[in-house]
Design a protein around this ligand. Structure first.
Ligand code: ADP
Ligand code: AMP
Length: 215
């Protein structure tokens, strides 16, 4: 299964990707997580990316395109992958198509999650993330069993710096101007399935699985 999860920040891509990863035994490739790890480790990539991430803007295409091209060559992507947060621009989508063609691969499906702006802000301001495994929680909609502790690995939960209202609004603007053209891009290629992301987490998951099993 070679899948893209498309949708604005807070739509539920990461939440669903973590479940699909277990279900299909394929890796989740989150460019956001890869970049946050680089920032935490203080690598050259991290230092470059941090400026863009802190402001809510996009990291330049050539950087993220290179990261994903390399990641797709890893052996664990042999049987498929879930791209979460990539592509985010038409240039990234074009580059992905070229990279996959070079590997004799094609995408199976693109699932777009649609969520109202005010719900996105509420989800992102209430999001908590595990510092060890990256699993996401929500203080109201998906709380951990024990306060501030990850159910999956026992890691400590934290609030992402870019999950503050001002940066969230900027990220949503960037999504609307730079990423929404991809909805038509993939609709035209016949790969797009749109799912109502306003439903509870379990209902979104059930709809995703039924769409993908019919693939
Ligand atoms: P994305 O990866 O698209 O930015 P996340 O999967 O991290 O979004 O979800 C953002 C926040 O919203 C998290 O706190 C998550 O627990 C919560 N969330 C995800 N899906 C839903 C849903 N269907 N209903 C309510 N809250 C959700
Ligand atoms: P995310 O975890 O997907 O919300 O991404 C967090 C931040 O990482 C974004 O606001 C961007 O600054 C950066 N980022 C992640 N993926 C991409 C991408 N495909 N293209 C450009 N920037 C990205």
């Amino acid at each position: 299964m070679k899948l893209i999860l498309l949708g604005p920040p807070g739509a539920g891509k990461g939440t669903q990707a973590k479940m699909l990863t277990d279900y299909f035994s394929i890796p989740q490739i989150s460019t956001g997580e890869i970049l946050r790890t680089a920032v935490k480790e203080g690598t050259e990539l991290g230092v470059k990316a941090k400026v863009y991430m802190d402001s809510g803007g996009l990291v330049p295409d050539e950087i993220v395109i290179g990261i994903v091209a390399e990641r797709l060559q890893e052996p664990d992507c042999q049987n498929g992958f879930i791209l979460d947060g990539f592509p985010r621009t038409v240039a990234q989508a074009d580059a992905l198509q070229t990279n996959l063609a070079e590997m004799d691969k094609t995408l199976d499906r693109v699932i777009s999650l649609d969520v109202d702006e005010e719900a996105l802000v509420e989800r992102l301001t209430g999001r908590r993330t595990c510092k060890d495994c990256g699993r996401g929680y929500h203080v109201k909609y998906d709380p951990p069993a024990a306060d501030e502790v990850c159910d999956a690995c026992g890691g400590q939960l934290f609030q992402r710096e870019d999950d503050c209202e001002q940066t969230i609004r900027k990220r949503l603007e960037v999504y609307s101007s730079q990423t929404t053209p991809l909805i038509n891009y993939y609709r035209q290629s016949g790969l797009l399935t749109e799912i109502d992301g306003m439903q509870p987490i379990a209902a979104v998951q059930a709809q995703m699985l039924s769409t993908l099993q019919a693939n």
